[in-house]
Ligand binder design. Structure first.
Ligand SMILES: *[C@@H]1O[C@H](CO)[C@@H](O)[C@H](O)[C@H]1NC(C)=O
Ligand SMILES: *[C@@H]1O[C@H](CO)[C@@H](O)[C@H](O)[C@H]1NC(C)=O
Length: 462
């Protein structure tokens, strides 16, 4: 059971489609024309500069848009109104709290289903705000079946990570885990019992994360606590403890794809069965009904010049190299970057062809799932006009999460049944006309008119 941390996992072993994406590391930062190092370790503009953009691997620290600060709230997942597809979101988190890749679907009986059909990499919801210490809880039920992984994680742009992961063939346990700056540590995982199981009903999973302590609990029972002081890494000269602003992520992802590393497949319980009795209408699904966020005060003594965003100030990203600023950046289009948030909109007036003929990586795709083992990514390559870029990608394009999700659910609500995710008996009968609602949103490879490219990254296994 050997798996790799996120950053290693996305070192591409295989790329399907045109290999346009330049990779980024701390030693090899992104070039000026695609300055932002996105979640999966490749360079781009637009959404690459928003959530997940690693400033230590981007052209400058300002290439990445500052991280919007934590918002204490109860997020009720009753519809898709607070969820926007990643190819539409430009960074105004005063309007939208969640961005999506894949196909989130409103469930008639309440909740948002994260769906996964064959040929897709599932669904990811990520908060548009960041949490820098706080208590974060998700009420959810998981998907079932070998190779299928449901996840509720916290992930920072420099790959600090706190996980709840649910393996689809081990429905009596939740796996708790954490990573520090993407460094793999195989010792960290510990299982927490869930009674009776993670699938039949929703349970409340909480991550309580402060400067000194991290704990995981299920339905109010604290199952595990980790102390910062136990995590000193003498080699690195820092605590290997999550300490940087992190997004809340909820996902369903195909860890058991044959293209993934052996260790990952084994960890996930085997290869995915795409004709599984646990699928409904051709899809696996997990359900999220509520997320609560209680933000803690930022670390005392932190340099604070405002209260709109978190920004990194050093290539050694730790708790004391993050500052709280007044900066807040919204991009003008998906061709923009944090350095030049409105550049293409104005530039396009005078020279509309300037960037439009270029192939630029605008929308990082795929699904980090339990981010540490992300090895499947989708990248969107857009060759459309600069100014209409975002809307054209949005409607026909990559994920279809916003569109197909919401329209499907409103038209497919007649049966209104409960959350049925294939109980092993009914197979496809569960949601009736919900079939429309469960239309897969991710195109298959080569399936899009505007050159959506699915880049499948193989996993490097030790
Ligand atoms: C300590 O940090 C270094 C550098 O990041 C890393 O390579 C090493 O694996 C860490 N040690 C442990 C025990 O995690
Ligand atoms: C950062 O964490 C260290 C312990 O790792 C602590 O001593 C220090 O006070 C923290 N700095 C800030 C600004 O919170």
């Amino acid at each position: 059971m050997v798996r790799h941390a996120f950053t290693a996992a996305v070192a591409a072993a295989a790329v399907v489609g045109s290999a346009f994406a330049q990779k980024c590391t701390r030693q090899s930062k992104c070039p000026k024309d695609t300055p932002c190092c996105g979640l999966y370790g490749d360079c781009g503009v637009g959404a690459f500069c928003l959530g997940g953009c690693d400033p230590t691997m981007s052209t400058t620290f300002d290439s990445c848009v500052p991280n919007p600060i934590c918002k204490s709230n109860t997020y009720q997942f009753t519809d898709l109104n607070d969820i926007q597809s990643i190819d539409k979101y430009l960074g105004d988190n005063s309007k939208i709290n969640w961005q999506a890749q894949g196909n989130p679907v409103k469930y008639p009986s309440g909740g948002v289903a994260l769906t996964m059909a064959e040929g897709t990499v599932g669904t990811l919801l990520a908060s548009t705000f960041y949490v820098w210490y706080g208590k974060i809880c998700a009420t959810m039920s998981t998907s079932r079946g070998q190779g299928v992984v449901t996840a509720f994680i916290m992930m920072s742009d420099v790959k600090d990570e706190i996980d709840f992961e649910f393996i689809g063939n081990d429905i009596n346990n939740a796996q708790s885990n954490w990573y520090s700056q993407g460094v793999t540590n195989y010792e960290n995982m510990e299982k927490l019992k869930v009674s009776p199981d993670t699938v039949g009903d929703t349970h409340e999973y909480c991550i309580d994360w402060s400067e000194d302590e991290l704990s995981w609990s299920v339905d109010g029972n604290k199952g595990r606590t980790v102390k910062r002081t136990d995590s000193w890494n003498a080699t690195a000269g820092r605590f290997d403890f999550p300490q940087t602003p992190s997004r809340v992520m909820l996902s369903l992802w195909p860890a058991g794809l044959p293209s993934n590393g052996e260790g990952t497949i084994e960890w996930a319980g085997g290869e995915i069965d795409w004709n599984s009795k646990y699928m409904t209408n051709g899809m696996y699904a997990a359900l999220v009904t509520k997320v609560t966020v209680d933000c803690y005060d930022p670390p005392s003594g932190i340099k604070s010049t405002g209260s709109k965003s978190y920004k990194y100030t050093s290539n050694m990203p730790t708790n004391n190299t993050v500052e709280i600023t007044n900066d807040f950046v919204v991009l003008g289009s998906l061709m923009d970057t944090g350095d030049e948030p409105g550049s293409t909109a104005s530039a396009s007036k005078s020279s509309s062809a300037a960037k439009s003929t270029k192939s630029v990586n605008m929308v990082p795709g795929g699904n980090p799932g339990g981010g540490a083992r992300q090895e499947t990514a989708v990248a969107a390559q857009n060759t459309a006009q600069a100014t209409s870029g975002s809307s054209s990608t949005g409607s026909s394009g990559s994920s279809g999460s916003g569109d197909s999700g919401s329209s499907g659910s409103s038209s497919g609500s007649s049966t209104g049944g409960g959350f049925v995710q294939g109980d092993g008996n009914s197979g496809s009968s569960g949601t009736g006309s919900g079939a429309a609602a469960l239309e897969p949103g991710l195109a298959k490879i080569g399936g899009s008119a505007i050159a959506i490219v699915f880049a499948v990254f193989g996993l490097l296994v030790l």
